[in-house]
Design a protein around this ligand. Structure first.
Ligand SMILES: C[S@@+](CC[C@H](N)C(=O)[O-])C[C@H]1O[C@@H](n2cnc3c(N)ncnc32)[C@H](O)[C@@H]1O
Length: 241
């Protein structure tokens, strides 16, 4: 099974990353909406929404939001937040979901670059193109690959909820490979995350191939300018002509 189908669907993934910063997500959505200034009634797709934290924040501003994710476990959890303006669905981002339906598609918190085949990344961006209405806007929030490479911590031990997670990170073939090993109830587990170290030039090339026009590039959740040396994030705003 592909690592991203397996690992993101386990309870251990949520145990390890359980303390995600909800305030940071809220502030990012506020900053993003101030910048984008969507019209009343705009429709958003939160692509790879996880348990729906950004979807929920977007909908709390009055927009109609659909969150989709491959993980049945995460979508089951997200559905607890659903209301008339907020829905969730299990879906693989490599395939288009509702053609020409969305004013905005968001892909947030490094939810990209997981695939072994580059064609799958292109299929995902082509699906985004098809999901957007003409003039629709794509927001992609990815890590800053050069900073990830520079600050790579090769080994870490994190003890959470009685489990010792041993985490190693290495770079192989322009991908950061994170291996997570632990024992729970006398059973040994090992999972891997593999994320491509795409930089701005890589995204420009992929967007061009997918028909998306890159409009703006930011480097953090406050939407400061992107600086390849120091920015924490690579946040791209693109447009479907
Ligand atoms: C790093 S998490 C981020 C989740 C969410 N955006 C957030 O910020 O909380 C990446 C998400 O991508 C989802 N994912 C991985 N591969 C996917 C695919 N092929 N299609 C849809 N979702 C996928 C995972 O299940 C996981 O929920």
């Amino acid at each position: 099974m592909a690592w991203f189908k397996d690992w993101f669907n386990t309870s251990y993934y949520h145990t390890l990353y359980g303390q995600r910063d909800e305030n940071e997500a809220k502030l990012f959505i506020n900053n993003l909406l101030n910048f984008l200034n969507p019209h009343d009634g705009a429709v958003f797709l939160d692509l790879a929404c996880g348990k729906g934290r950004h979807s929920f924040d977007l909908s709390s501003h009055g927009y109609k939001v659909c969150g989709v994710d491959l993980s049945t476990e995460s979508i089951a959890e997200a559905k607890k937040l659903a209301n008339t303006h907020l829905e969730f669905d299990v879906h693989d981002m490599r395939k288009p979901y509702r053609l020409s339906h969305f004013d905005y598609v968001c892909n947030l918190f490094t939810s990209f670059g997981y695939f072994d085949e580059q064609n799958d990344n292109l299929l995902t961006l082509s699906a985004v193109f098809q999901e957007l209405k003409p003039n629709g806007v794509f927001v992609q929030d990815f890590f800053n690959a050069s900073k990830v490479q520079k600050n790579l911590i090769p080994y870490e031990l994190k003890s959470i909820a009685g489990i010792d997670f041993e985490i190693t990170k290495e770079i192989i073939d322009k991908r950061v490979i994170k291996t997570i090993r632990f024992t729970d109830q006398n059973e040994d587990f090992e999972f891997q995350e593999k994320v491509s170290l795409f930089d701005l030039e890589d995204f420009k090339t992929m967007y061009h191939k997918s028909g998306l026009d890159l409009l703006h590039v930011f480097g953090d959740y406050q939407l400061n300018a992107f600086d390849p040396e120091n920015s924490d994030r690579l946040i791209l705003i693109a447009h479907k002509p």
